[in-house]
Write a protein that binds this ligand. Sequence first.
Ligand code: IMP
Ligand code: MG
Length: 187
Amino acid sequence: MNSVINEPLRFVTVNNERFRLFISEEDIKKRIKELAGELNAKYAGKTPIFIGVLNGSFIFFSDLIREIDVDCEIDFFKLSSYGDAKISSGNVKLLKDLNCQVTDRDIIIVEDIIDSGLSMDFIKRLVTKQNPLSFSVVTLLYKSDCVKIDFKVDYIGFQIPNHFVIGYGLDYAQKARNLRAIYVLDK
Ligand code: IMP
Ligand code: MG
């Protein structure tokens, strides 16, 4: 029966730690539609480049982009900051640069989560050096307790407390990215 197949897992265990359901698949879908609506209105008649930040944003990116109905291009950065830990190393490394030219283009960075803000600060410096026409950020999750960036994040899916979350692209030591919903460490 469909209702059984769609029943969300309430708890999952990853690397021997227990996580509980935090944001359901349904709530994520609904919020993505709202964010896409705002982006479609804002970029009507333009051709922005949506830039995903790998690995974490890959599922959010693919769900968001399919709700976008303006002409657009896509590209990806790959960064690493967390290693296998639950706390950011604070050391951002660029593992893959862009293939596109951002000069004079409307740029929209798509992130899974902004925690310390160090990754986004790094990306902003990198992109704005090349003089884009505009620079915006959309993030599915935003940990407002941690953020140390001095610029506004334009589009936020959900503001969350400073808890470690997994699923829907977000990993714990590379696991759990395939979970359909977002789960929080169950303390
Ligand atoms: P920041 O540089 O501290 O803002 O962290 C950015 C990156 O760390 C995000 O793009 C995620 O990939 C990862 N990250 C931050 N918080 C979490 C979390 O709670 N769970 C899993 N990954 C996280
Ligand atoms: Mg990320």
